[in-house]
Design a protein around this ligand. Sequence first.
Ligand SMILES: C[S@@+](CC[C@H](N)C(=O)[O-])C[C@H]1O[C@@H](n2cnc3c(N)ncnc32)[C@H](O)[C@@H]1O
Length: 285
Amino acid sequence: MSTSSDTQKQMYEAYASSYKIFLKNWQVNRQKALEMLDKHLKSSLPEQAEVSVLSVGPGPGEFDKQFIHFLQQNMAEGQALKYVVVEPNHIHRQIFEATMQSANFGKVHFEMHPMSIEDFQTNDKFDCIHFTHSIYHMPGQERRLILKSLDMLKDGGVVFITLDTEEAVIFKLITKYAEVVGNEQYWQEGSSQMMESNKLRKIIDDIGLSYKFESYPEYLDVSACFEHNSEEGKVLMDFLFQANLSNASPELNQQLLSLVDEVAIDQNSRKMLYLPAGTFVMPKQ
Ligand SMILES: C[S@@+](CC[C@H](N)C(=O)[O-])C[C@H]1O[C@@H](n2cnc3c(N)ncnc32)[C@H](O)[C@@H]1O
């Protein structure tokens, strides 16, 4: 008999394998968030005996690897680094560990919490807390989590949140899909209330926080969607429409593929989707 925890495990496994395919096709700009932090952290880091970071939803840890490298370059000899991770997906935790082992960082004190950020409690204070493309998974909790994060910062600390902007064409595709299948059914499945930077800005403005925000282009290569019977293409289509299309009719699949084609850009014989992202940097206040 399968239990709800088995179902949850299977969902995490499915998510991790589709995220792997997404990552392979994503032209992501991790550098921009680091550049934004550079000035801020350069002035606050030297004062700390131990630099302490909280990463919320690191997934396989690709950004974290670059961030730790960046921190180590900016830290003085003898300064310790504590890197706390809150990640509910067991597969992502395993990959994260492997990523960090192969990066061979030397002395970093990792602390892994197998849970959702909503359930995470600590008395620790951090120099930096980041949500890198993870805030989409906390619908309705954003305001509370931003306030909770600011509360977990040391003086001089910073929260940064990276996510897609409202210009990312995925939002157009999701809206069109909702029209095609009938809005009501789509809302009931609860998958289309995706957070984007404009919605998040409203929340941050409503709280009355000061922040810096910059947006920058990123792309997703969706050429595989146009290859006949491509497993990779199917996974990308599910991701683009935030739906499980395995039982969709050939007609619906064709209709959805035409929608992707309409918003895709041709670049060097590849089909690319424009998915710009933005980063909010909020100091302790
Ligand atoms: C889109 S991935 C982003 C991974 C990584 N930060 C990156 O930029 O590649 C979102 C991650 O957030 C995690 N996540 C989902 N819900 C979460 C929650 N409530 N608390 C913490 N992490 C969560 C997922 O398991 C997943 O690893």
